[in-house]
Design a protein around this ligand. Sequence first.
Ligand code: CTP
Ligand code: CA
Length: 231
Amino acid sequence: AQALLAPGDLAGVRVVVSAGGTREPIDPVRFLGNRSSGRQGVALAAEAAARGAEVTVVAANVSADVLADVRHPAIRVLAVGAAAELAEVMKREALEADVVVMAAAVADYRPVQVSDRKLTKEAGGVPTIELVENEDIVAALAAARRSGQLVVAFAAETPEDEAELLARARGKQQRKGVDLLVVNEVGWERGFERAENAVRILGPGGVGAGVASGSKRAVASAIWDAIVQER
Ligand code: CTP
Ligand code: CA
């Protein structure tokens, strides 16, 4: 009971968490997407609110079922679709945030052309969809952060071995200029669309700042521990 009444180590902290995966439109009925359910982002939001934070979830295509876990008086949900929309909303919301966590899976590329009409086989042949790179949202957020604000990124990796995992993660953290990087080993059977997760957390300079495995809520709790440590 004491723990329930305690103010929490994130009391009054303003948090923005992106969750889910972007969908890049091809035509009115099709998109390029990914397998992120939004569960890890939602668990981060729920855990932050439980510890006293004021939370905004920027939800990219997260199902109502998954969003049921963020019904909380201190959590506001904003729905977005494509990467460009996610970028716009994150940049706006980050202006007032103390901690920004980019847990959403962002499409690296989007179709150059979005057809107003459904592509049809009547056109003949097999269509070629030309792609263009999307902006790196978390890198932009990190570059624009004000003093005292913490920016956290995720990295989804499918490495050959441990050494490659760490090398890739450290390079990614440096390129993006983020304070903390949560490294998630994914695969056909791991990470996406699963209730369980396993991560390691890199602090500034690529130094280990924690490891966690278990439920996405348990992982979320370890991530907030590392963030609180860093603040
Ligand atoms: N990210 C982003 N904007 C993008 C792509 C990724 O903000 N256009 C963010 C993700 O939300 C995540 C982090 O960057 O927090 C790492 O995403 P990841 O896909 O692992 O890294 P990439 O830089 O896209 O590299 P790659 O996919 O080539 O491994
Ligand atoms: Ca990527």
